[in-house]
Design a protein around this ligand. Structure first.
Ligand code: SAH
Length: 507
């Protein structure tokens, strides 16, 4: 990307609200920003693309005071003149009802280089996420984007409602919720059929998307009944009828469900991604962090001194392998040693370093592993695992005559959360649908974060979903009522179990 002595301003479209609907170029700009000046965004997560040094400035809102736009323009010019890379981040597309044109004009006049990064505009995207294509060969060959802001309805307005009413197949009105009645009346007055289909899509593309449908003549009443507030787009035209067949987003199995993910942030993305792909809103609330113990790698035994090595988690595989790597050892040292892996993810982690385990027990519980593994009498077994781990695995192995070296290589440490107050309130008010626990320590740490509540009160209004029997046992021990246990101890299976529960609930 170009940089010049005087700096540069990128006027970037942030997309309609869903954090993935920003362009690749938009993300690149954020990654290079010294300064980001952003509007009230539907998704603050976009700012996470910025490096640590980026100064984030909330733009003054021009709707509140007229001279705010001047203040904003001043900010852009001043920072660019100081040689900074400035990103002006705007909702949707910057040139669709976004005053992006005015801002670019200021920059031109001040002689400041700028680039426009178009964005996905809500008038198209929110409609698409509601199952409404704004054009369709059989229903609409033209579309107009119109502002419904009060000025648009003023007698001096340059919007030609008279012609617009019937000249265009699909009308998409932005900023029109507050004036819905006047807009509908105007269209009918100017000849649009009162039975024309109308949709309002509120906060489209987000997990809170809400769609309401009616006709020019009855939509006002319907909208008033649910007290729908902006931001919403209004779509007028026959294309609305396609929603019934083309709906795909807000009928996802977990749509509208708010799900708390308590596992370590570093491990949460796959789980969160799967839940989101099924329509859920994921609230990340990490209760643990995985921290490799500070041990000299020379103190970590190599597998060639053992008959068996048992890996009980992905962390164990990754951290142990990293220690071997530090000793400049590779997979050849596994040569004479049999490998046991607990759980499919652990198998995958081993596969990815080129090891195919000799034995995978039928269940991910210490007891099962210890009883199913064969030929261990008088054998040397290495167990590299978490500092705090349940004792039954080594105990039973020893009872069966094995020599076990139980070596802690990582610790799961509690994290202090800044948002536990909000979460607590949401839990108590029933605003969270599911709490998920993917290990015993997530359960205990979670409960420790809310010392003033008994588990049964705190979790009275939510469903508790756990990954497997060990986690379930820990939960039960701490008086947590478990509603859902995954069939296999994997996140895929956990997501599936939550989906099944949701479909049972809605029946
Ligand atoms: N530049 C923006 C529009 C800014 S005007 C764009 O291209 O999308 C603000 C209006 O956009 C809101 O009043 C509302 O009508 C619409 N809007 C923005 N985000 C929306 C969303 N996620 N769902 C529905 N309407 C949205």
């Amino acid at each position: 990307m170009e940089t010049t002595h005087t700096g540069i301003v990128y006027i970037v479209g942030a997309g309609p609200g869903n954090k993935k609907l920003i362009t690749v170029k938009g993300v690149e700009c954020l990654q290079q920003a010294d300064i980001v000046i952003y509007d009230l965004l539907l998704n603050d997560a976009l700012l996470e693309h910025c490096p640590a040094h980026t100064e984030k400035i909330r733009a003054p809102d021009p709707r509140i005071r007229a001279n705010r736009q001047a203040e904003l323009n001043q900010l852009l010019v001043q920072h660019a003149k100081a040689g900074k890379v400035v990103v002006r981040l705007k909702g949707g597309d910057p040139y669709v009802f976004g005053r992006g044109g005015e801002e670019a004009m200021t920059l031109t006049q001040a002689g400041i280089p700028f680039e426009i990064v178009p964005g996905v505009t809500s008038g198209i995207a929110a409609a698409a996420y509601a199952g409404i294509p704004v054009t369709h060969r059989d229903y609409a060959s033209s579309v107009a984007f119109v502002t419904g802001h009060s000025a648009a309805l003023h007698p001096d307005s340059n919007i030609n409602w008279e012609q617009l009413a019937t000249a265009v197949d699909t009308l998409v009105v932005y900023m029109g919720v507050a004036h819905l009645r006047e807009i509908m009346e105007r269209l009918i007055t100017h000849g649009r059929d009162p039975q024309t289909s109308v949709s309002l899509v509120r906060v489209g593309t987000t997990p809170q998307q809400f769609v309401i449908q009616g006709t020019l003549s009855d939509i006002v009443e319907k909208v008033e009944a649910v007290q729908l507030k902006s931001p919403a787009i209004i779509v007028i035209g026959e294309v609305n009828r396609l929603r019934e067949e083309l709906r795909w987003f807000d009928n996802n199995p977990l749509f509208g469900k708010r799900i708390l993910v308590t596992r370590a942030r570093a491990q949460a993305s796959e789980f969160a991604g799967l839940l989101e792909a099924n329509g859920a809103e994921v609230i990340q609330f990490p209760t643990i962090e995985i921290r490799p113990l500070e041990i000299e790698s020379t103190e970590i035994p190599s597998p060639d001194q053992y008959d068996w090595i048992i890996f009980t988690s992905v962390n164990a595989v990754e951290i142990y392998y990293e220690q071997l790597r530090k000793k400049r050892q590779d997979t050849r040292v596994f040569g004479g040693c049999s490998v046991c892996a607990v759980g499919p993810k652990t198998v995958e982690a081993l596969n990815s370093i080129g090891i195919y385990p000799d034995f995978v027990p039928s269940h991910a519980s210490g007891k099962v592993v210890a009883t199913e593994i064969e030929n261990i009498q008088e054998k040397k077994i290495l167990l590299p695992r978490a500092k705090i781990a349940i004792a039954d695995l080594p105990t039973i192995l020893r009872e069966r005559g094995a020599h076990v070296d139980d070596i802690p290589i990582y610790d799961t440490v509690k994290v202090e959360s800044k948002c536990s107050n909000t979460i607590q309130k949401d839990l108590l008010d029933g605003r969270i649908d599911f709490v998920t626990f993917t290990s015993s320590s997530t359960v205990t740490n979670f409960l420790e974060m809310f010392p003033s509540y008994a588990a049964k009160d705190l979790l009275a209004k939510v469903r508790v979903a756990v990954i497997g029997p060990t986690t379930e046992a820990t939960a039960t021990e701490h008086s947590v009522r478990v509603d859902i246990v995954a069939k296999q101890a994997t996140i895929e299976s956990l997501v599936e179990a939550i989906i099944v529960e949701c479909s049972n609930l809605s029946e």
